[in-house]
Write a protein that binds this ligand. Structure first.
Ligand SMILES: [Zn+2]
Length: 66
């Protein structure tokens, strides 16, 4: 675990675009993966979204590995 001195609400992660470790704002989004509306409520997957505060690039990862 990285520790930071500031109180920034986020994490420092490596950004591919910046090629640096930069502050990221991290949030979780639910995304619907199914095209069928009737199944939508069963197919929402939580994604962890990290946005680079330096260049604005967003990266997302599915949190479930099921
Ligand atoms: Zn960046």
């Amino acid at each position: 675990m990285a520790t930071t001195d500031d109180s920034f609400n986020g994490l420092t992660e490596h950004c591919e675009d910046c090629d640096l470790d930069t502050p990221h704002e991290v949030s979780v989004q639910l995304r619907t993966e199914s095209r069928k509306e009737e199944n939508a409520q069963f197919s929402r997957e939580p994604y962890r979204v990290a946005e680079c505060k330096r260049c604005g690039t967003r990266t997302s990862q599915r949190m479930n590995n099921a």
